[in-house]
Design a protein around this ligand. Structure first.
Ligand code: ATP
Ligand code: MG
Length: 716
C-alpha cells in the first residue's frame, strides 16, 4: 500500500511492517530485547498520522519514561516532518492521566487546579494523620502506611474495596481507616498523589459513561510500549478506553518484566488475547542491537527461568567479542579496572556517551564516583541522586560536620531534629534568637538554652542531651577511625533505629547507603581528611553533557542501549540481591534473572561483567561468591579472566566450604568492629548475608557453574 522508497517503511523487516500497517483491531507485539519493538511502535505512530488515519490528537501513546516519550516525538518528527497539526497524547501513564484529570477533576471532588503532592508532602501529611489519631508513629511508621496506600492504588482499589485482611497491613487493621482519612484530607487540600492520578481516572471512566464515551470517541488508536510492566490500575484504565474501538497495539517482552515490586503484572500480557478477542500476535525475532555473543549470553541466561513464554532470537550482526567476566580482588579494584577500561575506550576515540555502568543497587555507585573523580573521568548518575547528594548521606555528613566544626549552623539545622526528637520550628527559632543575641553558633546556644526558661523543659533537656552526645562524639573523633565514629553516631543518635523501624525497601536502601558511606570513610585517617574529600567530590559538576559515562540502575536502563556496558558486583547477595534470596523464593529469583537479561541486552558491542572476591562490609573483609548468573552464561560465548595474583589456587579455595581463603586479609586489616553498636549490627544483618548463608549459596552456585549447552538460539 506504500510508495516505494519510503523511509518510514523501507527500513523495517516484514513483521515490523505488519505491526505498522495493521492499524485496525488489537495487536500484540511480543518480542525479545533489541528486536525493534519501540522502533516499530514509533513508525506506527508516524504512519497513522501521515496516512491521515487520525489526527495526532486522536492518538494515545504510552511510554515508560518521559525521556522515551521525548525521543519518540523527535523520531516521529524525523520520519514525517514537523508539518502536522496537534500533538498526540504521548507520555507516561502518569503524565497522560494527569492531563485527563485536569478536565474532570470536579467529578472526584477536586478543582481543576489541584496540586499533585510529592512523596515528602505525602509523608508529612500521613504523619499528621497518624498523630491526630493517636497511633504510635514509631511502631507504625508513616512510610509503611505510604507503602500500603501505594500498593492499593496500584491495584486500583478504593478505600471501600479494602477488605479486613488487607487492612491488617497497617497498625493492626487500621489501614482502611487511614486510607479514608488520607483521601478526605487530600480532597480538602484540593490535592492528589501520584497514585491517585490513575485511580481517579479509572473511577471517573467507570462511573461516568459520558466521559468514557468521549474518550472512546476521541482515541482512534491506543498504543503502549513496555507493556509487560503495566500494573493493575494502568491496565484497567487502558482497557476502559480501548475497549470501544479495539484499536489497541501493545508491545512488550515477558522476559523484561522487572517491576513486580511496584505492582506490575506480567499476567496482563498473557490476558491481552482474552480481553481483546481476535488480537493479532506479532513476533519479532531478529535482534538488531547486539552482537551474537551478547545475544547468546543473554538468551542462555534467561532460558534458566521456568516462568516464561519462550522465544527465538537471532541476529545478522557480525561476531564481536565474547562477553567478558572479570574477577577482581575487591571493590576498589573493580572501580579501578572499569576506569582503566573506559580510559582505553576513550583513547580509541569512543564517545563516553556510549558507555554505561549498570548497577543493581544505588549504593554501588559510590565506589565508581570516587574513582572517576580521582582520575577526572566525566560521569553522570541517571535517575537518582549522586551518592553524596542523597538525603541520608547529607544527614550523616551534617552530623560529622557539626562534630568537626561546631559553628556549622547549616549542618546543625539539618539534623537537630533528624531523627525526630520532638523539636520543632519553634525550638529552632528560639535557639536562633539566643545565638544571635550572644553572638554564638547554634550548637553553643543549644547548651546555654538549658539555663533559660524560653522553651518547655522537655525541649531544653533534649537539646542538652544532644549536645552532650556531640561532646562525646567529638572526643571520639580525636582518637577513633572516622568510619567507626560514623557508625557510633548513627546508632547513638537513633538515626539507624528510625530507619529500621520503617521496614520499607526504601529505608533498607538508605541503610545500605549509610553502610557504604562508612566503607568509604575507612580509607581516611581523620575526619578532617574525609570531609575535605567530600567537599571536593560534591563540587565536581563537569560541563559537557554528552561526553559522560552513564551510571544508573539496571531498572532505570530499560529500553536504552549503549555500545559498551559494564555490569559490576555480580556476586551472590549483591546480584541477585540478598533481599530476593531471603524473601521471595523462585518468583523473585526469576525476576532478578530477568533483570540480568535486561542489563546484558542493553549492550550493542561489548558487555563486561565484574565480580569481586572480597567486599569490605562494616569494616570487615568478607569473601563473596560470584553470582549464580555468571555460572548460567553459556561458556562458549564468555571469556573469564581474573586479575588476582593469587591465581587459581586462591580462586579454588573460595569455592571450598570450610576454608576462608581471605582470612589473612582480615588479619592484615585491623578489625574495626569493636565500637559497633547493637543497632548497627542489626542493620548489618538485615542488609548483608550472614556467613552461614554465604556458604550454603556457595555450594549451590559452584555446582551450577559449569555451563550448559543451549539449543534455543539460532545465530544467523
Ligand atoms: P527493548 O526490548 O530493549 O526495549 P526494542 O525491541 O524496543 O528493545 P528498539 O530499541 O526499538 O528495540 O531497537 C533496537 C535497535 O535496533 C535500535 O538501535 C533500532 O534503531 C534498531 N532497529 C530496529 N529495527 C530495525 C530494523 N528493521 N533495521 C535496522 N535496525 C533496526
Ligand atoms: Mg523498547
Amino acid at each position: 500500500a506504500q510508495a516505494p522508497q519510503d523511509p518510514l517503511i523501507d527500513g523495517l523487516n516484514p513483521p515490523q511492517r505488519e505491526a505498522v500497517l495493521t492499524t485496525e483491531g488489537p495487536v500484540l507485539m511480543l518480542a525479545g530485547a533489541g528486536t525493534g519493538k519501540t522502533a516499530a511502535l514509533t513508525a506506527r505512530l508516524a504512519h497513522l498520522i501521515r496516512a491521515r488515519l487520525a489526527w495526532p490528537s486522536e492518538i494515545l501513546c504510552v511510554t515508560f519514561t518521559n525521556k522515551a516519550a521525548r525521543e519518540m516525538r523527535e523520531r516521529v518528527g524525523h520520519l514525517i516532518g514537523p508539518a502536522v497539526e496537534g500533538m498526540p497524547w504521548l507520555g507516561t501513564f502518569h503524565s497522560i492521566a494527569a492531563k485527563m484529570l485536569r478536565r474532570h477533576a470536579e467529578l472526584v471532588g477536586l478543582q481543576s487546579n489541584y496540586t499533585i503532592i510529592d512523596t515528602d508532602d505525602q509523608l508529612r501529611l500521613l504523619k499528621q494523620l497518624i498523630q491526630s489519631e493517636g497511633v504510635d508513629e514509631k511502631r507504625f511508621p508513616a512510610r509503611q502506611l505510604a507503602g500500603c496506600l501505594d500498593r492499593w492504588k496500584n491495584r486500583g482499589l478504593n478505600p471501600d474495596q479494602i477488605d479486613a485482611g488487607e487492612s491488617e497491613a497497617y497498625a493492626n487493621g487500621k489501614g482502611q481507616h487511614f486510607y479514608r482519612l488520607y483521601q478526605d484530607r487530600l480532597k480538602a487540600l484540593n490535592a492528589c498523589d501520584f497514585g491517585d492520578l490513575l485511580l481517579h481516572m479509572v473511577n471517573i471512566l467507570r462511573d461516568h459513561r459520558e466521559v468514557l464515551d468521549q474518550y472512546r470517541q476521541r482515541f482512534k488508536y491506543v498504543m503502549v510500549d513496555e507493556y509487560q510492566d503495566t500494573n493493575q490500575v494502568q491496565y484497567l484504565w487502558l482497557r476502559l478506553i480501548a475497549q470501544g474501538r479495539q484499536n489497541i497495539c501493545v508491545v512488550g517482552d515477558d522476559d523484561q518484566s522487572i517491576y513486580s515490586w511496584r505492582g506490575a503484572e506480567v499476567a496482563n500480557i498473557l490476558r491481552f488475547e482474552k480481553d481483546f478477542a481476535g488480537a493479532k500476535v506479532i513476533r519479532l525475532e531478529q535482534n538488531y542491537r547486539s552482537t551474537p555473543q551478547i545475544l547468546a549470553a543473554a538468551s542462555g541466561l534467561i532460558n534458566e527461568n521456568s516462568q516464561r513464554l519462550g522465544k527465538t532470537l537471532w541476529t545478522e550482526r557480525h561476531p564481536g567479542d565474547p562477553v567478558r567476566v572479570i574477577g577482581v580482588w575487591d571493590g576498589p579494584e573493580e572501580a579501578r579496572r572499569v576506569g582503566e577500561e573506559i580510559e582505553r575506550l576513550e583513547r580509541e576515540g569512543l564517545s563516553l556517551a556510549q558507555v554505561a555502568i549498570l548497577v543493581r543497587a544505588q549504593y554501588q555507585t559510590r565506589e565508581f564516583e570516587d574513582r572517576f573523580i580521582q582520575i577526572g573521568l566525566n560521569y553522570r548518575i541517571v535517575g537518582g541522586f549522586r551518592f553524596y547528594e542523597r538525603a541520608e548521606i547529607r544527614d550523616a555528613l551534617a552530623y560529622l560536620r557539626v562534630i568537626a566544626q561546631p559553628a556549622d549552623d547549616l549542618a546543625f539545622e539539618r539534623i537537630y531534629n533528624a531523627p525526630k526528637r520532638g523539636l520543632g520550628a519553634k525550638a529552632l527559632e528560639k535557639l536562633h534568637v539566643l545565638a544571635r543575641r550572644r553572638g554564638i553558633p547554634l550548637a553553643a546556644a543549644a547548651l546555654e538554652i538549658a539555663d533559660s526558661d524560653e522553651l518547655p523543659a522537655r525541649a531544653r533537656n533534649t537539646f542538652v542531651a544532644l549536645m552532650r552526645d556531640f561532646g562525646r562524639w567529638r572526643d571520639m573523633a580525636g582518637s577513633d577511625n572516622p568510619a567507626d565514629l560514623l557508625r557510633t553516631v548513627m546508632d547513638e543518635s537513633g538515626y539507624t533505629d528510625a530507619l529500621q523501624a520503617e521496614k520499607t525497601a526504601e529505608a533498607a536502601g538508605r541503610l545500605e547507603n549509610l553502610a557504604e558511606l562508612a566503607r568509604a570513610m575507612e580509607e581516611y585517617d581523620t575526619l578532617g581528611d574525609f570531609l575535605e574529600h567530600v567537599s571536593l567530590v560534591m563540587d565536581n559538576e563537569a560541563a559537557d553533557e554528552n561526553e559522560k559515562v552513564t551510571i544508573m540502575t539496571m531498572h532505570g536502563a530499560k529500553g536504552l542501549e549503549f555500545d559498551h556496558v559494564f555490569l559490576p558486583g555480580w556476586e551472590e547477595g549483591v546480584f541477585p540481591s540478598q533481599r530476593s534470596l531471603d524473601e521471595g523464593g523462585l518468583a523473585s529469583l526469576e525476576e532478578e534473572r530477568r533483570l540480568a537479561y535486561v542489563a546484558i541486552t542493553r549492550a550493542r558491542r561489548r558487555c563486561t561483567i565484574l565480580h569481586a572476591a572480597n567486599r569490605r562490609i562494616y569494616g570487615q573483609w568478607s569473601s563473596s561468591i560470584p553470582s549464580r548468573f555468571i555460572g548460567e552464561l553459556p561458556a562458549e560465548h564468555v571469556s573469564q579472566e581474573t586479575t588476582m595474583s593469587g591465581g587459581a589456587s586462591l580462586w579454588r579455595a573460595q569455592w571450598s566450604e570450610h576454608s576462608d581463603p581471605f582470612a589473612h586479609v582480615a588479619q592484615t586489616q585491623p578489625s574495626r568492629t569493636a565500637t559497633r553498636g547493637p543497632g548497627w549490627q542489626r542493620a548489618a544483618q538485615q542488609q548483608f548475608e550472614t556467613t552461614p548463608r554465604r556458604v550454603a549459596e556457595s555450594t549451590r552456585s559452584a555446582a551450577s557453574f559449569a555451563a550448559k549447552p543451549r539449543t534455543d538460539l539460532t545465530i544467523g
